[in-house]
Design a protein around this ligand. Sequence first.
Ligand SMILES: [Mg+2]
Length: 443
Amino acid sequence: MVGGRITRLSVHDVRFPTSFEGHGSDAMHTDPDYSAAYVIIETDAKDGLKGYGITFTLGKGTEVVVCAIHALSHHVLNKNLGEIVRNFRGFYRQLTSDGQLRWIGPEKGVVHLATAAILNALWDLWAKQEGKPLWKLLVDMDPKQLLSCIDFRYITDALTEEEAYEILQKGSIGKKEREKQMLEHGYPAYTTSCAWLGYSDQQLKQLCSEALKEGWTRFKVKVGADLEDDIRRCRIIRDMIGPEKTLMVDANQRWDVPEAVEWMLKLAEFKPLWIEEPTSPDDILGHATISKALAPLGIGVATGEQCHNRVIFKQLLQAGALQFLQIDSCRLGSVNENLSVLLMAKKFQIPVCPHAGGVGLCELVQHLIIFDYISISGSLENRMCEYVDHLHEHFKYPVVIKKASYMPPKDAGYSTEMKEESVKEHQFPEGKIWQKLMAAQKN
Ligand SMILES: [Mg+2]
């Protein structure tokens, strides 16, 4: 039985100094320190289980997200977990509609990242109390109960609850077989680990040849800072992987709309499947213009990792502005809001290829995409989940990749729990790692 009064919510500012080696560097984020605001929720239930939730950040500013989590915490404290999940739509709306805090959102920016961290912790705890990995909790849930977790406000012009119900009903056909298939073969992944913008050509070649040996068939390259560099780097990687394997490029919002089209015309010879985040994540019509211009070249537009909420996703879908939809487990309002986006993507027949990497994003989003395949999309065509090979060792239940696929997690929960010693060492600024770095900088 799911329950327990929530007695404590604590937050940690956890940062990893990834910028020192150029990991994660792209055209806009040249020195990211992969970080997280890390929430721990405790209850008075006898099982002693805790819920762990993260939202991903790039270092500075994590303290602002931590503040926002504290500001929202009164909505959670002293509530009963059972009552929350039995009326999850109502609770989601309460959290995102706080009469004063919604002014600094609503449902976007810092306050929404904070919402994601809290809700991720609640989902982790719910799945743990049910003794299931999160993907399985979702797969086994009755469609009506699943829909009762979603706030349909602002999206009923694109997807009604009745349509969503129909999608889930249809999705139940063949579910058992798809679950078996996932457990045997996993969900296909692609790698972004070879070609961060801050890596040298030598590093790129070495990482690419290692990835090929490990069986990777889909690769993403960061572009957008310098055209000549991009041409050279894309040529290196295309030559190494050959014409059959899949290449994607990612500009991380670097360009204006006409610039994006012109730049991509120059990279078209390398046959990328998609250009990711060509321009501002808020520019729905700009994405539509780019999509239209690149369609004859067979290049799609992918976006979503910095998409604020379900409303923006709705408009991107309505405007034909993206051909690959990239959900993020820590930017939207957790599982609740991601469920609505997965269902909209199904209605608009756009493949979902989640954003992952950072710290913990792979651990979390694998649950959502495995559920999507089993219960909603039922297809692997043009679908794959991002994978980045960093920082998994800090998690208690790290991802398992076999033959370039995510193997479904077996442990109960949302795979969000970090190792205690990792949290302690990387806590900012008092953790050992940061004390050492700061001392070195002084000298
Ligand atoms: Mg990206």
